[in-house]
Design a protein around this ligand. Sequence first.
Ligand SMILES: [Zn+2]
Length: 58
Amino acid sequence: MGKIRAPANVKRVYDRMFICMKCNSKMRTDMLRVKAKKVKCRKCGYKGLRPKKKDRKA
Ligand SMILES: [Zn+2]
């Protein structure tokens, strides 16, 4: 039996997935841009975004 490797690109996609804290719509962008507050929700314009994955805070 071989080991199953998680595809690197899938991980990367989740790494850049953010969720609007106001309307919960998902969007894909860069962590750096979120931290620099350059990103706002496409739907409602809110700037409070959280990463899709909660547990790892990097
Ligand atoms: Zn929103």
